[in-house]
Design a protein around this ligand. Sequence first.
Ligand code: G1P
Length: 296
Amino acid sequence: MNKVRKAIIPAAGLGTRFLPATKAMPKEMLPIIDKPTIQYIVEEAVESGIEDIIIVTGKGKRAIEDHFDHAFELETTLAEKGKLKLLEEVRRSSKVEIHYIRQKEPKGLGHAVWCARRFIGDEPFAVLLGDDIVRSEVPCLRQLIHQYELTASPIIGVQPVSDLETQRYGIVDPAGKEGRMYKVANFVEKPALGTAPSNLAIMGRYVLTPEIFKFLELQEEGVGGEIQLTDAIARLNEVKQAYAYHFSGMRYDVGEKLGFILTTLDFALQSDELRKPLLEAMERIMQSEYMTRVIG
Ligand code: G1P
């Protein structure tokens, strides 16, 4: 069995939910505290044993390439000033080998993955979506790769969501369960409210086998007029059994405003530097909210 060595990180989306911030800056560069969201994703891939990463970019995404490149002037200045800890942080993001390819048309996630087919070749590979950050003891992708090593089958990372949320995700229709692994009968992208076959939602982590590219090539537009990765996985599942794995860890949605704010708060609460002053500030905010609401 081939090892999972390569990963695709799609990053061509327009980031309309964060306009105007994303007018001139890729949404993947928005920071949670002091680190761009895409760096959390790249670090998870590396910690999961991935050796080669390809980022699928689009127009206006140059800052991503600059971020993972050496910053000669900055590094020299930091070294001269003796700011060695910061220097180490800045260098960290340029140590990984990253390749780039452009998605020339905004045709959706399935098309973005298909754009990287030549880079992947005939090997199993991972896909990590930048809107989902996962904090866990064992990196989320590592958990999926482990299941792939046991089954040699496509493994899709899932977590349960509420009935109201199923319409925002790819949802699996499970046919059987063993521990945290679900044999999947079907996959449905963003089912209409009340029609979801389960509450198990795809959370932006996949281990796929190269046959998927045949299905992506033929895949017609689905929900939102886009080529959906979920639809192609459903086709693949008809000839090669895929599994959904309920990974352990806390998943953060940084693809929408409230999720982004809550992620920032949660990460700040876990920081030695920020926890205490943040809690104090929050207490003051809550108190003044209470005073205005109750006392007026
Ligand atoms: C994408 C996928 C969807 C998945 C979601 C996870 O949707 O198409 O299946 O559940 O990511 O974040 P998007 O949020 O890009 O519309």
